[in-house]
Write a protein that binds this ligand. Structure first.
Ligand SMILES: [Fe+2]
Ligand SMILES: [Fe+2]
Length: 291
């Protein structure tokens, strides 16, 4: 799923537009300028956001039928047993009252608001694990990459919903307030107890699955019109060209199931003080291949 863009694809217009930047103008030679730009931003030009689930990166287009068959583990609920788990569970259950009361059946705005919050834990976790890796001068065992990928995946959900609605100033202020308070609170929780933070994120994802299931039910009952899917969602999820909003909801809900399972798993790893789960997966693979 790599989108190749070569330096030759730069148009005269692009180069002319970029020449307003003083740093760009320091290179007087045109080919040198283009080479410099390509070197600096190679990863942006040569790639695009990659979905988390393998079903979305296969060559075959995803149809409504394949999306409906995606395994979302509908009964995968982590029963809270420890004090931390219970605190995380009941905090999330309480926080749910706010969007339930304010947005009610406005699923688009509710989804957009949810994604502005859901994209925070991955970035906070990725950043704090990055700091931990530097501080301890030790490897992160894949945590940073995974958590940043989760944050990007959530942000892509938001970008898709933003093609379907135009939030008013009040709702944008609400997002600003929610992000400020949630980012600070989640970062503090992650510093004090990353185990509880991942558990809380797992419960947030459980609630996200419930919200998207309600969205789906309202489309199926005709309360919400099932319009065409935005092109950003068709590209990202490799959907069939005639995909609808319902298909997007199915795909996004399947992503939330991955986030739920991954965050509960990471919390379990921290509970047993064993963060290096990749080495175990690899050693299990080695054992299977030698038997
Ligand atoms: Fe999401
Ligand atoms: Fe999520």
């Amino acid at each position: 799923m790599i989108c190749k863009i070569t330096p030759s694809s730069f148009t005269k217009h692009t180069c002319k537009s970029l020449s307003i930047f003083p740093a760009y103008r320091t290179f007087t030679d045109k080919s040198r300028r283009e080479e410099m730009f390509h070197t600096m931003f190679r990863e942006v030009l040569d790639s695009r956001p990659v979905p988390m689930r393998k079903e979305f990166v296969m060559n075959e287009k995803n149809t409504t039928e394949t999306l409906e068959k995606l395994d979302i583990g509908p009964n995968n609920h982590h029963k809270p047993t420890t004090l931390g788990d219970k605190a995380a569970y009941y905090t999330v259950r309480t926080l749910r009252i706010l969007p339930d009361t304010y947005f009610r059946g406005n699923h688009y705005m509710r989804a957009a608001m949810l994604e502005t919050i859901a994209a925070v834990p991955g970035m906070v976790g990725g950043m704090l694990n990055h700091m931990k890796s530097l501080r301890r001068m030790s490897e992160d065992h894949g945590w940073i990459s995974h958590l940043l990928h989760e944050a990007e995946n959530e942000r892509m959900h938001l970008m898709m919903w933003m093609k379907c609605l135009n939030p008013n100033v009040w709702n944008r202020m609400l997002v600003l307030g929610a992000q400020t308070s949630f980012f600070s609170a989640y970062a503090m929780l992650y510093i004090v107890s990353p185990k509880t933070a991942h558990r809380m994120c797992g419960y947030l994802e459980e609630e996200a699955i419930t919200s998207y299931t309600h969205f789906l039910n309202d489309i199926d009952s005709g309360k919400i019109e099932n319009g065409p899917a935005p092109s950003i969602a068709i590209d990202y999820y490799n959907l069939h060209p005639k995909a609808t909003i319902r298909d997007v909801v199915l795909a996004v809900r399947a992503d939330e199931a991955v986030h739920r399972d991954a965050n509960h798993f990471l919390s379990d790893c921290l509970a047993i003080h064993d963060e290096d789960f990749f080495s175990k997966i690899n050693s299990d693979k080695d054992k299977t291949s030698t038997t």
